[in-house]
Design a protein around this ligand. Structure first.
Ligand code: GLN
Length: 207
């Protein structure tokens, strides 16, 4: 059986694009930046980086990417969003400006800046059983003005929750079908297990 490498696009309009491309490269995936509608057609899967979701939304629309991306996501293209990427993949936002749109795909309501505007960033150890050694070896998760998942539909699997403190129990990582999202930024750490999990999912579903 020949194994053709999967092509994973990183939405390259705004945010920590380079960091995701680096991790994908280290995992041996073919990783490309995506800025044009034609590029949306050429990828097997997509990562939406962390950044600023209101800006990303505006650029997605300005670059005529909203329709092509929505179509690929609705067609089952695997996708992973970190932080602002999670916001972009949510079907619903809580307390967002009325003109902010998302691509959707995940039957979740996401609250932006949910941990409070005072709490700019923090780190937290998370157990994510879906990851390699995820039960034994917690993931050091980096949160930067992060959202959380306020509520979720029956098809959505919870991959991680905050484990202690005021926000204990809040959902910060989910999967629904081929779409994965985290409130935090694994791309800014040396722990590649979330990307490894996503690349594994892509390799299983892309023919
Ligand atoms: N608060 C940002 C937003 O709403 C997300 C922050 C991030 O991606 N680090 O887009």
């Amino acid at each position: 059986m020949s194994e053709s490498p999967v092509r994973i696009g990183v939405l390259a309009l705004q945010g920590d694009v380079r960091e995701h491309l680096r991790v994908l490269g280290e995992l041996g995936a073919v990783a490309v930046g995506v800025r044009r509608p034609a590029e949306v057609e050429s990828i097997d899967a997509l990562i939406i980086p962390g950044g600023e979701s209101t800006t990303m939304d505006k650029l997605v629309r300005a670059f005529d990417l909203q329709e092509p991306l929505r179509k690929r996501l609705a067609g089952g293209m695997p996708a992973y969003g970190s932080c602002a990427g999670m916001i972009m993949l949510a079907d619903r936002l809580a307390d967002a400006r009325p003109d902010q749109e998302t691509l959707g795909g995940l039957d979740i309501t996401v609250r932006r800046n949910a941990f409070g505007r005072q709490v700019d960033s923090f780190e937290h150890d998370l157990h994510m059983p879906a990851l390699r050694d995820g039960v034994r070896d917690p993931l050091r998760a980096v949160f930067i003005r992060a959202p959380w998942v306020e509520d979720l539909g029956p098809q959505v699997e919870v991959l991680a929750r905050v484990e202690e403190g005021e926000a204990a129990g809040r959902v910060v990582a989910v999967r629904q079908g081929n779409i994965v999202a985290t409130s935090f930024h694994p791309e800014v750490t040396r722990d590649a297990r979330v990307h490894e999990y996503f690349v594994g999912l892509v390799r299983r579903v892309v023919p």
